[in-house]
Ligand binder design. Sequence first.
Ligand code: AMP
Length: 111
Amino acid sequence: MDCLFCSIIKGDIPSTKVYEDEFCLAFRDIAPQAPVHILIIPKAHIASANEITAENSAVVAHIFEVIPKIAEKEGFSSYRLISNIGEDACQSVKHLHFHILAGRKMAEQMA
Ligand code: AMP
């Protein structure tokens, strides 16, 4: 399967790692849209949040436990979490990821 984020997990494409464990990887977005822009992804390939099921949802709970640890380590406590799903939402990489955006006051309007 040709998946950019799977290649990053394998180490075939370099990334600036922020956090890694057995189940997930967090790295800096290559085109940051805020002073802090981190992506956190499951190591298992899940195409988007629309493909979360009872069988694979444990990794999502894990990711949501890891995010506050990243926030603490990076020194922020207010942030925006975004996951784009499908074409209308402009999902460009078809591997579930959560954008963690921080470091400035966000726009009130989200879309
Ligand atoms: P989305 O548009 O929600 O699918 O988000 C994909 C994100 O991946 C975008 O914010 C891109 O800037 C980011 N991205 C694409 N290629 C890389 C890469 N090689 N390393 C880090 N981030 C990337």
